[in-house]
Design a protein around this ligand. Structure first.
Ligand SMILES: Nc1ncnc2c1ncn2[C@@H]1O[C@H](COP(=O)(O)OP(=O)(O)O)[C@@H](O)[C@H]1O
Ligand SMILES: [Mg+2]
Length: 461
């Protein structure tokens, strides 16, 4: 560049008659720049690769840098293509149906398994709303709320022999897109049905002979002809028969609860009234060995099934009596908290070791089997309570600390709370819709009727 400037200006300064030589140099210099610039612009516009040899000097540097940049971009694109291909191959190999929905919940992409499981064919169904292809009354609400924790189980219309478990995961900008995963649970569903029916039938079959045995044992105990030394073994036998009867009753209750996702009949349940009745029984059970403190919102009623709620609440309260030592304080609270109406049963007993907590709601799980049996426990109470909570869209929470005590809480959604003065206007209880294969385990809004009272409040049931 310096040489060019000297060549251009030198003749002007030294010998003006040679000035045209300087001008010629300057023109040639500018033309070269214009040529290289235009060439570069054309190459870039046409997406051509810049390949050596590159011009000398500053332009050479620019050409080389752009060539390196292009090479890096090409490598990145290749990597991306390879990754996308691998992802597609993996997604296509997944046995579960995968469907990506756009912000308007229309099909954006689907894997081959989605065709058999959900009847969604891609790319043929590209841009179609999912609810048009997969028809179910609860599906729209399920996809829109994007509830990712609970699956929705149902038999799709295109293949009634199939049982699907649908899960939704919101993703993307403001979580408006949806990933729908459909799993074939036909086998598990049928095995579950067989297990449930077997337990129900076996319990039912055992009930009658057991009643006969218990009846005869009772008669033998009371009979004057029974030798006195036979009375004790007969009483023990009678107690065991009674225990078996309780287990069978609880197993039958569980089978009944498993039949449908929601209670068949729901009404406004006078929870304060129920709690007072349960507390009377709890006092009788405790025989003054426990101190009770009660804090009940007398105006808070709940939409649900009265016998089911009574069974769940009484188990939690009786547990606090049966599984804690003498002198334990038991606190019962019923009121609305930030999460919704809640029953809290707290005790300051010895508490439960953390490893037991997640297993307490399993059937027959007892920390101290002998103590539970002694107190007439079946080990099914919390399993029943958990089922009942699920059927009321509620949660059963268990917290415990060694030497500080345990808290068992039933947390209901706000929508189930009914103030006492409004309950008086609520119409008669209504039955849930006839269960079909699909709604037997479908979650989300029950699709049940709405009661509207004079205050304009609606209550789903
Ligand atoms: N308040 C409590 N304090 C300590 N342990 C408890 C309490 N409630 C329940 N448990 C434990 O949980 C187990 C399961 O309870 P549950 O299912 O109601 O069966 P059970 O028929 O034995 O009462 C009980 O056997 C007991 O070991
Ligand atoms: Mg119990």
């Amino acid at each position: 560049m310096t040489a060019t400037i000297v060549s251009c200006i030198g003749p002007w300064l030294i010998a003006p008659e040679w000035a045209w030589v300087g001008t010629a140099f300057l023109v040639a210099y500018l033309l070269r720049h214009l040529y290289l610039l235009t060439r570069l612009a054309l190459l870039i516009r046409r997406h051509h690769r810049l390949i050596p040899p590159f011009p000398r000097g500053l332009w050479g540097e620019i050409y080389r840098s752009i060539a390196q940049y292009q090479q890096r971009g090409r490598k990145g694109r290749k990597r991306q293509i390879r990754f996308t291909r691998r992802f597609r191959e993996a997604a296509n190999a997944v046995p579960d149906g995968l469907v990506i929905l756009d912000k308007q919940h229309r099909v954006d992409w689907a894997n081959p398994a989605a065709a058999t499981l959900m009847n969604v064919h891609w790319p043929e169904d590209d841009g179609r709303p999912l609810f048009e292809i997969l028809t179910h009354p609860d599906l729209k609400g399920f996809v829109e709320t994007g509830e990712s924790l609970r699956p929705m189980d149902f038999a799709p219309e295109h293949n009634r022999a199939l049982m699907l478990s649908l899960r939704i995961t919101p993703f993307g900008e403001r979580k408006r897109q949806r990933l729908v995963v459909a799993r074939d649970i036909t086998k598990i569903y049928h095995l579950n049905m067989i297990r449930r029916d077997f337990v129900a039938n076996a319990s039912h079959e055992l009930r009658t002979p057991l009643t006969v045995i218990a009846g005869f044992l009772e008669s033998l105990i009371d009979a004057s002809a029974t030798p006195p030394n036979h009375r004790r073994p007969l009483t023990l036998m009678h107690n065991q028969a009674e225990r078996m009867r309780l287990i069978i009753e609880d197993l039958l209750t569980l089978s009944r609860l498993e039949m449908y996702e929601h209670p068949e009949v729901q009404e406004s349940v006078d929870v304060p009234d129920e709690l007072h009745l349960i507390l009377q029984e709890a006092h009788a059970l405790s025989k003054g060995r426990h101190a009770f403190s009660i804090d009940i919102d007398e105006d808070l009623l709940l939409l649900g099934s009265q016998p089911e709620l009574r069974s769940a609440f009484s188990n939690l309260i009786f547990n606090a009596v049966k599984h804690t030592p003498d002198g334990t304080e038991i606190r019962i609270r019923w009121s609305t908290w930030s999460d919704g109406p809640e029953l809290r049963v707290e005790d300051n007993g010895p508490g439960i070791e953390p490893e037991h907590l997640p297993r307490l709601t399993e059937r027959f799980y007892r920390i101290d089997k002998a103590r539970s049996r002694e107190s007439g426990g079946t080990g099914l109470g919390l399993a029943i309570a958990k089922h009942i909570m699920n059927r009321h869209d509620a949660r059963l929470l268990i917290a415990s600390e060694i030497d500080r005590g345990s808290t068992f809480s039933c947390v209901f959604p706000h929508a189930r709370a009914i103030p006492r003065d409004e309950a008086e206007h609520t119409t008669a209880p209504c039955a849930a819709p006839e269960p079909t294969t699909e709604n037997r385990s479908a979650v989300g809004p029950d699709g049940a009727c709405l009661h509207r009272n004079r205050a304009g409040r609606s209550a789903a049931c």
